[in-house]
Design a protein around this ligand. Structure first.
Ligand code: SF4
Length: 249
């Protein structure tokens, strides 16, 4: 069995605690307008796009992780699975996570939360940390901006909490889309309900060239990156609701 990847990032410091090696898995069921990695969405990307993908079996993945073990031990880091959406390759993900865990690695999952609900318990048990993305709490707007509504995602968040998963909420912060005061207060309420910390990930206009290369329409041309002031105000709004907020991962 092997998994399909589009990148490995070493010395990552925003994908969980400490220094981490992040494995970016190919395939995603969402189509967020602001996606930085649109090349990662197809499960079977066409070879003429110019973006590389590669396969690793579990032993090869373990060998990659072993290269950085000393850094993990020194920093309290480990391995993170990101994407794409890692649960789009669920069977491989579970086998790989189990193998890493057996070798003593700290493992984190960066997920959109869009996976079959019956897998929540297994994922909660397997992963030491789940970085759970919230894109928008209004289901219609979620559908509009990501291509799917948020019903399954919020249901899975609740299930993971029930299964005692360790979770950090993350939201890509795009002022015109999800950065309004009302929405931030709703997010604070959700975080408070579950006693969770929130990471606000500032939107960056860095992927324009990828949309061009893939001949995809870039629907974010008119959206701006958040200013430092907007980020500080957003943080304050949520902190006023007694939520711990971090800017960045
Ligand atoms: S969930 Fe992530 S990888 Fe998938 S489309 Fe959205 S931003 Fe891109």
């Amino acid at each position: 069995m092997n998994g399909l990847f589009f990148d490995i990032k070493r010395f990552a410091v925003h994908d969980g605690p400490g220094i981490r090696t992040t494995f970016f898995m190919q395939g995603c069921p969402l189509s967020c307008r602001w996606c930085h990695n649109p090349e990662s969405r197809p499960m079977e990307p066409s070879s003429d796009t110019g973006f590389r993908t590669f396969r690793l079996n579990v032993d090869e993945l373990l060998a990659e992780a072993e290269k950085d073990r000393a850094f993990f031990e020194e920093s309290g880091g480990g391995v993170t699975f990101s994407g794409g959406e890692p649960t789009a390759q669920l069977e491989f993900l579970k086998v790989a996570a189990k193998s890493l865990k057996a070798k003593g690695f700290h493992i984190a999952l960066d997920t959109t939360g869009f996976f079959p609900s019956e897998e929540s318990e297994t994922l909660a048990q397997l992963f030491d940390l789940i970085l759970f993305d919230i894109k928008h709490l209004n289901s219609e707007l979620h559908q509009k901006y990501t291509g799917v509504n948020n019903q399954l995602i919020l249901q899975n968040l609740e299930r993971l909490i029930q299964c005692k998963a360790k979770i950090r909420l993350r939201m890509p912060f795009i002022p015109e889309i999800n950065g309004g005061e009302e929405h931030l207060n709703q997010l604070a309420k959700l975080a408070n309900n579950y006693s969770l910390t929130v990471d606000l990930l500032p939107y960056h206009r860095i992927a324009g060239h990828k949309y061009k290369k893939l001949r995809l329409e870039n629907n974010m041309k008119n959206y701006s990156e958040p200013s430092e002031k907007e980020l500080i105000i957003a943080k304050e709004i949520m902190e006023n609701q007694k939520v711990a907020v971090n800017i960045g991962g």
